[in-house]
Design a binder for this molecule. Structure first.
Ligand code: SF4
Length: 111
């Protein structure tokens, strides 16, 4: 009888642990896949502060004299993600994607 009770107690503990683990799993933040992240808007205050443009071709070189043709997010050290993707993560705008053909004033050449 005591063996039966201890087995029952062990099963109850196991069920409790599974329940706790399941509840904890539901509360963990969901890790978003890069493709699910929102696109950075040029009107976002942080984007505006760095003069982010979705297209480097639209950059006014007189207004932004540091811009030189050929500078795009795709050639910037800060761009992350998969080569060839149109929208990719940037170290400066966590949680959002920038256009690989875009540009901002802190463009840094890849080594
Ligand atoms: S830091 Fe580089 S990759 Fe990020 S938005 Fe500016 S130019 Fe693009």
């Amino acid at each position: 009888m005591s063996e039966s009770l201890s087995r029952r107690a062990a099963l109850k503990k196991l069920a409790l642990l599974i329940g706790v683990a399941g509840a904890a799993g539901n509360e963990l933040p969901r890790v978003a896949h890069a493709a699910e992240l929102p696109h950075l808007s040029p009107s976002d205050p942080n984007a505006m502060a760095l003069a982010y443009h979705e297209s480097a071709a639209a950059v006014d070189a007189k207004q932004f004299p540091t811009y030189k043709p050929g500078q795009t997010c795709d050639t910037c050290l800060q761009l992350q993600g998969k080569q060839g993707d149109a929208w990719r993560p940037c170290n400066l705008f966590p949680g959002q994607l920038v256009n690989a053909k875009g540009w901002c004033r802190v463009w840094v050449p890849k080594n």
